[in-house]
Every structure is written in C-alpha cells, then in structure tokens.
Ligand binder design. Structure first.
Ligand code: NAP
Length: 360
C-alpha cells in the first residue's frame, strides 16, 4: 500500500459529507483533494457552498474551506483523474446513484459509498470491517463485470443495524436463530438537527421509511458467503424489526431479543464479546476501535448521550444482557449513527481496502 492517498468527497456539502471532511482533516493516510456536490454548489468555494448548512460542532477544516466545489455528475472523469478514490454520500434517486457510482468505478476510481443504492448488488461488498472483511475479495469479480482494472464500488451497511449486528455476529458459533429488534434512532440519521426539525422535540415518530426492511434484510448479506462471482445472502438468522425515530441528536439504540440453536450461558456470551477482535483490529487500522464491543454491567447503561462517542464513536456499547421468558436472551446496544453508522464506518472500510491492496 501507498503511504498517502488523495481522496474526493462526493456529496461533500451534505450532513454525511461534512462528517467525512471532519474525519479526514487529520487522517494519517488520506488527504482530501476534491469536494463535489450538485450543480447548485459547483463553482463556489466549499465555505460558500455549504454556508449555513454546516452543522458540525467544529469549524470547516482549513484544507477544504477554499477548495472549489466540483460538479459530482458533470465532472466524473476529471475528478477520477485527480484522486486515488472517492467517498460518496449524495442525496439522489437510487437508480441515479447506482449509475453515478458505476461511472466513477468505470473511470478507474474506486468508490466507497455511504449510499444504499448498491447494497444488494451481488458483486458489491457491503462490509463492517470487523465482521465480514473477507467479502472485499469479491472485488475482482466486480471488476471483471465492469471491465475495470482498478475501479469498483464498495459500500457500508445501514446505520440502524450497526448496533445489534456487531453484537450478534460473533455469537454465530451458538447458531443465532431468531432476532427481534426495536431501534430508537437519532434525528441526524434523517440528515436533521433539532433546529431543522423542531417537531422532533418532545416527540417520537413510529415510522422511518424503508428502515425496517433494511434492518431485516441487510444483516443477511453480512452473514452471506462468496460463491463464485457473487455474495449469496444467508437465509438465517430470521430478523424482525421495528424502527422508531426518537428525540436524540446522534446515536441509535437497539433493544434486542434473541433465540439460539444452542443456547449459550450468559458467561459464554460475555466472554465472546470481550474477546472479539475483527480484521480491523488485527490490521490495526487507524479508525478501528481498540475494543470493538464494550459491555456495561450497570443496569442503566449504555446511555445514548454518555456512551455514543466511545472510542471516537466507533465502538459498540452493550448492556442489560439477561434471560428472557419468550426468547433465550435480551439486551440493549448502542452505536453512533453518523460515525460508526455512516462516515466513520466508510473511512474504516477504505482503510481496510488500502491495507488489503485494493486501492493501489
Ligand atoms: N444522515 C445519515 O446519518 C445517513 C446515514 C446513512 C446513510 N445516509 C445516506 O447518505 C446520503 C447522504 O445523506 P445526507 O444526510 O448527507 O444528505 P444531505 O445532507 O441531503 O446531502 C446531500 C448531498 O448530495 C448532494 N446532491 C443532491 N442532489 C445532487 C445531484 N443531483 N447531483 C449531485 N449531488 C447532489 C448535495 O449537494 P448540494 O448541497 O449541492 O445540494 C449534498 O452534498 C443519502 O443517500 C443518505 O440516505 C445518511
């Protein structure tokens, strides 16, 4: 791998795009050379284009503030020639995003995407680097389909499942059979703040469009296996989900009920979580948390406000593991939706792809 990679952020003026820029500001391997957004922003400096939409708690990073915003759809070839790869987080129609990401890949520019458009494309890896890092080895098959030497698309999964899937996946050795999960999701997941969504103060909305389907279907791809030229989703565990929007700025919590083929003891579950290390930890990737899964013994933990920033918002907090009367066990879990669940997860995936030689 190289010592330094130049990167572009497509959709840089959006909420996830801003998060990318703040995470990349001091990144040891990546430096941002291109910011791109819609034609409405193109041609302006980044600071002008983002204007009052800047919603991070820190200032706009110095390196990007005066960059001229490029046109994400009109300047594909030019952008591809300027960077080693791009991060993508655009708000467009799904088929437009799919086509746009493939245009970058075909221009020999790898895409690490935050968008959902390609999550179920069979030769596109959807990766949580601690869990299914091996799925990136589908990339040669994807390159063959696209007719590229370097270009490909890799995606991260939806933010909702990044609390409970990390907790459940390491328990696969006990045969995870049925999972019922209720998620309590922050407003930043909708790209909103309390300022832009005042109706959410003192409120709960029992519906998030498309979220329950994603929460039930995407885990099966993560549990899937490479067979020939595609990733074949697993047929179990069986997931059922209800997703609620709650008045929280950042941090998605999940309340989980789980049934196993071979019910483990509570001690076995706790030991599995404590000892779990993924590929991201083995490779010591810069954004990887040292301890991926943290178990809290206090009855009233983890709490969203207190624990969402654990290990820079990249670790998963778990608590309240106990036996259940209908399922085998129940527990709660928490992850930061715009860090682990969005931009941070994508940066970690890009680090994995660099370390495994796919960005050279
Ligand atoms: N927010 C989250 O926590 C979260 C989590 C996971 C996934 N996601 C996904 O990430 C993506 C971005 O989300 P977001 O919340 O950051 O959205 P957002 O704040 O609405 O930002 C959208 C970005 O897309 C650009 N854009 C819009 N229309 C475009 C077009 N026609 N051509 C090129 N660029 C265009 C915008 O540029 P302008 O500023 O020029 O309009 C802006 O940079 C979405 O697919 C979303 O579903 C979000």
């Amino acid at each position: 791998m190289k010592k330094q990679y130049t990167v572009g952020v497509i959709g840089a003026t959006g909420m996830v795009g801003q998060r990318f820029l703040t995470l990349l500001a001091d990144h040891p391997w990546f430096s941002v050379k291109v910011v791109a957004a819609s034609p409405r922003s193109a041609g302006k400096t980044y600071a002008e284009a983002v204007g009052a939409k800047w919603c991070m708690t820190c200032e706009i990073p110095e390196q990007v503030k005066d960059l001229i915003v490029m046109d994400a759809t009109g300047d594909v070839e030019k952008i591809a020639s300027m960077v080693d790869f791009v991060f993508c987080a655009v708000d467009m129609k799904k088929d437009e995003i799919k086509a746009l990401e493939e245009r970058y890949a075909k221009a020999e520019c790898p895409v690490v995407s935050n968008n959902s458009a390609h999550r179920h494309t069979p030769d596109v890896p959807m990766v949580v680097p601690e869990l299914n890092a091996d799925h990136i080895h589908i990339i040669p098959a994807q390159r063959e389909r696209l007719g590229t030497k370097r270009g490909f698309v890799a995606v991260k999964s939806n933010c909702s499942l990044q609390s409970y899937v990390p907790a459940l996946f390491p328990l696969s050795k006990f045969g995870v059979k049925d999972v019922l999960v209720c998620t309590y999701q922050a407003i930043s997941g909708a790209g909103k703040t309390f300022k832009t969504w005042p109706e959410m103060v003192d409120n709960v909305i029992p519906f998030i469009g498309g979220e329950e389907e994603k929460s039930e279907k995407e885990p099966l791809k993560i549990w899937g296996k490479i067979e020939g030229k595609e990733i074949v989703p697993a047929t179990s565990p069986n997931f059922t989900a209800q997703c609620l929007r709650v008045p929280v700025s950042d941090g998605h919590m999940g309340a989980v009920f789980v049934r196993f083929e071979n019910k483990p003891s509570k001690e076995e579950i706790l030991a599995t979580w404590k000892d779990f290390q993924g590929r991201a930890q083995e490779l010591k990737l810069p954004s990887a948390p040292k301890q991926f899964l943290h178990y809290f013994t206090e009855d009233n933990m983890p709490q969203t406000k207190e624990n969402r920033m654990l290990e820079n918002g990249m670790a998963i907090s778990i608590g309240r593991l106990r036996e259940d009367t209908q399922y085998d066990y129940k527990f709660v879990c928490l992850s930061h939706n715009t860090l682990r669940g969005a931009a941070g997860g994508a940066v970690l995936l890009a680090e994995l792809l660099c370390a495994e030689g796919y960005m050279d």
